[in-house]
Write a protein that binds this ligand. Structure first.
Ligand code: MLT
Length: 265
């Protein structure tokens, strides 16, 4: 574990001499979302994850976050940790950060993995829901918000699994200011849809079959716009595919990397 500027806390597994993969978690979660992938991939890759500003063990500050700031945090980590041409893998909000970072600095990356995310910015309804979320945290507390939000992220069967309870417990301990800061950043993010057709690096798109937040048709449309893209559906999984069907996600990522990245190393 390393603390860097602004106390963005990073975690790594594997040999730093190997190809780096940097994992970005979704909202309102932390780096633990990617533990199964880091474990499975660490014999061949240098697996790095971190807690997004405001969540997990990273610093909270004043909670005035923008998506631009979150993308710059990622670019700072890559520079400070000296990660050469990493593969970038983001889920949902992590995918928003990943898309914006690739839009800003594509040459830094060797491949992109987008899990359960979208390229469109928030429409008016979504912005109003973010505002309602902030109001709920202010008036009723973080617990009410988290307990209302997180069940929708998983499919019904996952809710009885130990990983669900562990994830929920961690999120209940986050800073309300940090969670509200992420809601603000997501509400104000740009739309990366037009950029998708310009992406030159290989892209893997993964979507849970029962993802209610970023459903299949949205991710299929995104994948269709990307030139060098593979699209995979994870049967039975909801929005949090790396936890809900980690075995299948690990295999798809490994196969993609061995076809598209390792051979080019
Ligand atoms: C996430 O999983 O990161 C969130 O559901 C993203 C969002 O609320 O837009």
């Amino acid at each position: 574990m390393n603390a860097i500027k602004d106390k963005l806390t990073t975690f790594s597994k594997g040999d730093p001499a190997n190809k780096p993969i940097i994992f970005i978690h979704g909202f309102p979660f932390d780096h633990n979302m990617w533990n199964n992938q880091a474990e499975a991939l660490s014999s061949n890759y240098f697996c790095v994850s971190y807690d997004i500003r405001g969540l997990g063990e990273s610093s909270v500050g004043d909670g005035q976050y923008t998506m631009e700031m979150l993308a710059d945090d990622l670019l700072d980590i890559i520079e400070k940790e000296k990660l050469y041409k990493p593969v970038l893998c983001g889920l949902s909000m992590g995918g928003y950060i990943a898309q914006r970072a690739v839009e800003k600095s594509e040459s830094l990356f060797s491949a992109l993995i987008l899990c359960d995310t979208k390229s469109a910015a928030d429409n008016n309804d979504a912005k109003i829901k973010r505002a309602e979320g902030i109001k709920k945290i202010n008036e009723l507390g973080l617990k009410k918000f988290v307990e209302g939000f997180i069940p929708n992220c998983f499919n019904e069967e996952s809710i009885s699994k130990p990983f669900y309870k562990e994830t929920l417990k961690r999120s209940l301990n986050f800073s309300p200011t940090g969670v509200k800061g992420c809601l603000l950043a997501m509400a104000g993010r740009t739309d990366t849809s037009e950029f998708l057709s310009e992406i030159k690096i290989p892209v893997l798109v993964i979507c849970g079959e029962r993802d209610k937040l970023t459903p299949l048709h949205i991710m299929e449309e995104m994948a269709d716009l990307i030139a060098d893209c593979e699209f995979h559906i994870i049967p039975g999984a909801g929005h949090i595919t790396p936890l809900e069907n980690s075995g299948m996600v690990n295999k798809i990522i490994k196969d993609f990397l061995s076809r598209k990245v390792i051979k080019k190393k």
